[in-house]
Design a binder for this molecule. Structure first.
Ligand SMILES: [Zn+2]
Length: 482
């Protein structure tokens, strides 16, 4: 079980650190420093976190498919990687299919969202942002991040966030993860400054005009503010963006610091116009157009679906599909709407259409799994939900429906293996503890069964599951004299 393996892995890293605290040379500073994790461990953690960061959190979305654009940008990223301080690390690049403007890097992976990419002006701006993110990896900021907040956030992403409604079906019907902002790595102020310096250094080495770092900085602030407004919040309002903006200091301060960094960076000959704006603009023309379809229709449809406004969601999904038939998310959105309407044949059709376009589009795989579960076809739901977890190992709704499918087929040991991590992440879920109680009774673990029934009785004693738990905890108390 991947989730459990990760949970166990973290304390071990800290333990190793506390007991032995290995020393290594920092690739950027050249000075030796305490290292929490070895390079091999960093790479392994990066590999494990990657799919969860790509699918999970507010950004979510998986990978935006555009082979030509990806090839072009990957070429640029590889060039940055070669002049970075750790060119020996593996490097993969992906465009994350999210309208949230963001970029992030973990060892082995560099990612920019559609929402940021579609709004940048030039290749030089792209190089600065990617160079900044890769700078975090070069200076091993991300290694310590991964062992601290990020991993905690991935694992506890669901904790404290109650499901929107009381009906368990909510779990299946969200498009993204239930988790929090796991892809927002929180770096310290000095880490940010160092990454800025490295970003400028790398772009200069590659022959870009470093003044474009200033443009990128101003641009990002505008893009973020525009996005926040577009989702109906004022900049600075309580949201996960506050994190983004608080760790990324206000532009005015940053511009001044950036100017100092540029002045202190050794000059290099500038190639061409120093921006490569033209090539970047023509390579990103399609994604810009597509991005406006997402923000005008798809994103609004997703928000309407989350608010359970099905007619509005359906209208936006249709508008998105009328603009473009070749995007898996548009079909999947329609699938989730149909699923909520209990129109299973239409849901299946839409999900299958999404999978014909992109066989690894995880929400569609999970959607078919949930649909099969609702239909009582447990062999099929188990097959799809297991596949869903190979694509997105921390997907909580998949845990829930897979566990429930095993419960319905009286395979209690398997049910516990999936429902327990779900319950840990969603401790206030209205049904799961009672179901877990039944499962533990099924495998003869009376103590755990009792504990879960008691929890269920506290959270919701009035539902069918709750009533059963009240009964069962009484019966167990009588029988075993608790
Ligand atoms: Zn940063």
């Amino acid at each position: 079980m991947r989730t459990l393996r990760l949970v166990l892995a973290i304390p071990l890293f800290f333990l190793t650190f506390m007991l032995f605290g290995s020393c290594a040379v920092n690739p950027v500073t050249g000075q030796s420093q305490l290292m929490l994790v070895s390079e091999q461990e960093e790479i392994a953690m990066g590999r494990e976190l990657y799919p969860n960061a790509l699918w999970g959190g507010e950004g979510g979305g998986g990978e935006y498919r555009d082979d030509r654009l990806k090839t072009y940008l990957k070429g640029v990223v590889v060039n940055i990687h070669k002049v970075s301080h750790r060119p020996n690390l593996p490097v993969e690049f992906a465009i994350q299919d999210s309208s949230v403007p963001n970029a992030w890097a973990i060892p082995g992976y560099v990612v920019m969202t559609r929402g940021l990419l579609a709004n940048l002006n030039s290749e030089a701006e792209f190089v600065y942002v990617m160079g900044h993110e890769m700078g975090h990896v070069s200076a091993r900021h991300s290694a310590s991040q991964m062992s601290h907040s990020m991993v905690t956030q991935v694992l506890l992403g669901g904790a404290g966030i109650a499901l929107a409604g009381s009906d368990y079906s909510d779990a299946a019907l969200t498009l993204g993860a239930l988790g929090g902002s796991l892809l927002l790595l929180k770096y310290s102020r000095s880490d940010e400054l160092e990454a800025d310096r490295l970003g400028v250094q790398y772009m200069t080495r590659l022959g870009y005009d470093p003044r474009n770092a200033l443009n990128a900085q101003r641009n990002i602030e505008n893009i973020s503010n525009a996005y926040i407004k577009s989702i109906g919040q004022e900049p600075g309002e309580q949201s996960f963006f506050q994190d983004l903006l608080s760790t990324h200091p206000r532009t005015s301060v940053r511009i001044e610091e950036m100017q100092n960094i540029i002045n202190a960076t050794p000059r290099q000959p500038i190639r061409g116009d120093g921006t490569n704006r033209q090539q970047f603009q023509s390579a990103t023309a399609d994604i810009r157009k597509m991005h406006s379809i997402y923000t005008n229709y798809y994103d609004k449809g997703v928000r309407a679906l989350k608010k359970d406004n099905l007619p509005e969601a359906a209208s936006y999904a249709q508008k998105a599909l009328a603009q473009d038939q070749k995007r898996a998310p548009f079909h999947a959105l329609n699938g989730f709407i149909m699923l909520k309407k209990k129109n299973y044949s239409e849901a299946e059709r839409s999900f299958q259409q999404a999978l014909r376009i992109d066989p690894n589009y995880q929400p569609a795989v999970r959607g078919i799994g949930a649909k099969s579960y609702f239909q009582g076809r447990y062999t099929e739901s188990i097959q799809y939900l297991r596949r869903s977890l190979t694509l997105f190992p921390e997907d909580l709704p998949s845990f829930y429906f897979l566990g429930m499918s095993y419960y319905r087929t009286k395979s209690y040991k398997n049910a516990i293996a999936y429902l327990k991590p779900f319950a840990d992440a969603q401790p206030k879920h209205p049904r799961v503890h009672g179901i877990l109680g039944m499962c533990y009774e099924g495998v003869g673990d009376v103590n755990s069964a009792y504990a879960e029934h008691v929890k269920q009785s506290q959270i919701d004693p009035k539902s069918d599951v709750g009533k059963a738990s009240v009964e069962r905890s009484k019966a167990l108390r009588l029988k075993y004299g608790r």
